[in-house]
Design a protein around this ligand. Structure first.
Ligand SMILES: Nc1ncnc2c1ncn2[C@@H]1O[C@H](COP(=O)(O)OP(=O)(O)O)[C@@H](O)[C@H]1O
Ligand SMILES: [Mg+2]
Length: 267
């Protein structure tokens, strides 16, 4: 078997991610033959994929299949037992603690649960990464927080002083996204962005993710067990089953798949 069966060679990226004709966007995330087990429980076997600049990869599959685990490897919260995770060509598994912190600055993460600090206001929640990692002055922080909130359609005036408990599920999700983009990451990672939201709110979050992909020109990875929710935002779909990628390709091809397992999953 080809040891890199799911690279993107067969599919040209969308024109906006490719630049001039014939020039392909650089690979930002390059997972090579990842293998990961929690003791006896093998979760990932020989997982390879690439995400090029401006692309949005959706990783789908049933609950417990290893989707969040892949995000954790990208963030280097987990180190695989074998294989490489290259970010901008650099194998992050080989980096020192300080170097990892630097690489993580390229990434924004939207967690499945809102993961907001309950005792902090919306303003302080969104400002948090800047206070942790930069020495920006107060007025610069306020400007960045205002920009970030307006990107998720929330006004500073209305929401700055609210506590998470005073927000709806959709608003919490949007604050989580505002926090994830505050340091202008080139990579945006989402874990189950629509889970726990009512269908209408889920829809607005999907629209928001789609708009941010275009406006911020980020490279995205969206993990979800709800394939319908992510079809629209992704340029590529990877489907996991039994520790492996059983489909890799554009969403149009995914929905047309004749594979009975995929059909059942979609329907
Ligand atoms: N920290 C951990 N320790 C032990 N097992 C874990 C840990 N995290 C995840 N797992 C196991 O790894 C598998 C994949 O988990 P996960 O990546 O969270 O799945 P998904 O996000 O697709 O629902 C599951 O069987 C889960 O029980
Ligand atoms: Mg998960």
């Amino acid at each position: 078997m080809d040891d890199r069966p799911f690279t993107t060679h067969a599919h040209e990226p969308r024109p906006q991610s490719g630049g001039a004709a014939g020039v392909r966007a650089p690979v930002v995330i390059d997972a090579r033959n990842l293998h990961l087990a929690f003791e006896d429980n093998v979760v990932l076997r020989d997982i390879s994929f690439q995400v090029r600049e401006g692309e949005a990869l959706a990783i789908v599959g049933p609950s417990g299949v290893g989707k969040s685990t892949i995000l954790k490897i990208i963030l280097r919260l987990l180190v695989p037992n074998a294989g490489e995770m290259l970010i901008d060509g650099e194998d992050i598994n080989q980096l020192s603690f300080e170097e990892v912190l630097e690489v993580r600055q390229k990434m924004g993460m939207v967690f499945q649960a809102p993961a907001l600090f309950d005792s902090l206001t919306v303003f302080e929640n969104v400002a948090f990464p800047l206070r942790e990692h930069t020495r920006l002055r107060e007025h610069e922080i306020a400007e960045r927080v205002g920009n970030s909130l307006s990107l998720v359609d929330m006004s500073l005036e209305e929401f700055a002083d609210r506590l998470p408990a005073e927000l709806s599920g959709g608003q919490k999700k949007r604050v989580g996204i505002a926090r994830a983009i505050i340091h202008e990451p080139k990579i945006l990672l989402y874990d189950e962005p629509t889970t726990g939201l009512d269908p209408l709110t889920a829809r607005t979050i999907v629209q928001l993710i789609k708009r941010l992909q275009a406006e911020l020109e980020v490279t995205g990875v969206v993990v979800s067990h709800d394939v319908r929710a992510v079809l629209e935002v992704s340029t590529h779909i990877a489907m996991l089953r039994d520790c492996r990628i059983i489909f890799y390709g554009p969403p149009e091809e995914f929905v047309e798949s004749a594979d009975p397992y995929i059909r059942e999953f979609i329907d």
